[in-house]
Write a protein that binds this ligand. Structure first.
Ligand SMILES: [Ca+2]
Ligand SMILES: [Ca+2]
Ligand SMILES: [Ca+2]
Length: 229
């Protein structure tokens, strides 16, 4: 699968459906997609897994799939299960993180800016991101702190908030405010990997009036398409 295409993961069956790059469903084959057919990867993952994507081997430029597997409330370690193959559900790499009781949420990014993607996790109870730059055994390489501004519905997000440099930056999408008046805020790190306050970093409130904001799910994109902003 080339960069800048998209796909969907069915968490009930562990099956992936990847677009061939034309932005519409064309029917699918199991092998490499063609100009006239999308790709059905077959099962890669189990019900409850969280989908992730990245160029895990960093040598062929191909973005491939993976899943983050967590057994909630368990002392069993979570795992990233990743494949480097563009067809076929073989697991090439397994990377363990921490116990399911930590409620880790997976993130993917180039944390050290060397052009190679790594994985990471966010621990909601402590407001901490842990990053892994290389898929070697051993502890995570770096960590960073974010204020945990709310007690529920906190989602980690990654992107390039400052628009400079090559390191992937982190943020939180979280509900914050007094009881009964909680709204979805974006808390975006400026790259310092610490979060003293909104003054040093970026905080935004964005939602369409009249919607049930509790049902909204955040998504991040590249640089703004609105000129002048
Ligand atoms: Ca297509
Ligand atoms: Ca690759
Ligand atoms: Ca990297």
């Amino acid at each position: 699968m080339d960069d800048n295409t998209f796909g969907v993961f069915n968490p009930a069956t562990g099956q992936w459906y990847l677009d061939n790059g034309n932005g519409k469903w064309d029917g699918c084959i199991s092998g490499v997609p063609t100009t006239t057919q999308d790709q059905c990867l077959g099962q890669f993952g189990l019900p409850g897994d969280i989908p992730v994507t990245g160029d895990w081997d960093g040598i062929d430029g191909q973005v491939t799939v993976g899943v983050y597997r967590r057994i909630p409330n368990s002392s069993t370690n979570d795992q990233f299960l990743l494949t480097n193959r563009t067809s076929g559900p073989t697991v090439d790499r397994i990377f363990a993180t921490g116990p399911g009781t930590f409620n880790y949420q997976p993130v993917v990014g180039d944390w050290n800016g060397n052009g190679l993607v790594g994985v990471g996790v966010y621990r909601p109870s402590t407001g901490t991101f842990y990053f892994k730059n290389y898929f070697t055994t051993g502890p995570m390489n770096t960590k960073s702190y974010m204020v945990n501004p709310a007690t529920y519905s906190v989602r980690p997000v990654v992107g390039q908030w400052t628009g400079s440099g090559t390191k992937t930056q982190t943020g939180l999408y979280a509900y914050s405010g007094p009881p009964g008046k909680q709204y979805p805020y974006w808390y975006l790190d400026n790259g310092s990997r610490t979060y003293p306050s909104c003054r040093e970093n970026q905080c935004y409130l964005f939602y369409p009036p009249g919607t049930n904001t509790a049902t909204l799910i955040p998504a991040t994109f590249g640089p703004s398409k609105v000129k002048g902003n």
